[in-house]
Design a protein around this ligand. Structure first.
Ligand SMILES: C[S@@+](CC[C@H](N)C(=O)[O-])C[C@H]1O[C@@H](n2cnc3c(N)ncnc32)[C@H](O)[C@@H]1O
Length: 207
């Protein structure tokens, strides 16, 4: 079963119909690539640095993990269910000499292990983000940042909502969520942010 990426009309369709489609399939979204300039802004908003490990659940052609390693000097992992997209991504990372820092897994984003992630990028429907949210809450450590393109994570309050435009002048919205730190060393502070407030109290116990 193939779920179509939502047109404006589909975005307004009843949430229950999306839930039914999701429940019937692991295919959470079609491949719909993030423009490179927007991917760069997502990684910048997360204050991505060489010590980070970026995870992209549903990594498509691998552009975000590859960009993260190339331009931000960090490690990156792409999780992609589609075999041809996974193969293309892995081959591209090898071709670019990035295989020591970029890894792709052909796996289901709903069951992947995010415990090593310090930055997570999302370009998935809110209903998919909603299903992924408990896993991210339990796996991500203090200081981790999540940047979601266009689709917020239901139930979490974003630390920042940033309107951006692509080089083709298409409008997008970035949602930044920061994992709450127990101490003062808030990476969010690098962006003049209060440490994250998005994780509900019962989930902070895992931080
Ligand atoms: C909208 S695209 C985003 C691609 C990439 N993250 C980007 O921003 O350019 C969503 C991707 O998620 C993949 N996908 C869908 N369901 C998945 C699942 N259950 N596990 C892993 N990947 C999945 C699709 O094959 C597709 O490549």
């Amino acid at each position: 079963m193939q779920i179509q990426w939502p047109s404006l009309v589909q975005r307004n369709s009843p949430a229950n119909s999306w839930k039914a489609q999701l429940a019937a399939s692991n295919q959470a979204a079609q491949f719909y690539p993030t423009p490179l300039s927007i991917a760069r802004e997502m990684l910048e908003l997360a204050a991505t640095a060489p010590e980070d490990t970026v995870y992209d659940p549903g990594s498509g052609d691998g552009r975000i993990p590859i960009l993260a390693a190339q331009e931000f000097g960090c490690r990156a992992v792409g999780i992609e269910i589609d075999h041809s997209l996974f193969s293309h991504s892995a081959a591209r990372a090898t071709e670019l000499g990035l295989a020591d820092r970029v890894r792709f897994e052909q796996a289901n984003l709903f069951t992947a292990d995010y415990r090593s992630a310090t930055v997570v990028t999302l370009y998935l429907l809110s209903i998919v983000n909603e299903q992924l949210q408990p896993r991210l809450a339990s796996h991500l450590r203090s200081g981790a940042r999540i940047v979601s393109l266009d689709f917020p994570i239901p139930g979490w309050k974003p630390d920042r909502v940033v309107p951006v435009r692509s080089v083709l002048d298409v409008a997008y919205t970035l949602y930044l969520y920061c994992r709450r730190l127990s101490g003062a060393r808030a990476i969010c502070l690098a962006n003049n942010l209060e440490p994250g407030t998005c994780f509900p109290e019962h989930q902070r116990a895992h931080a």
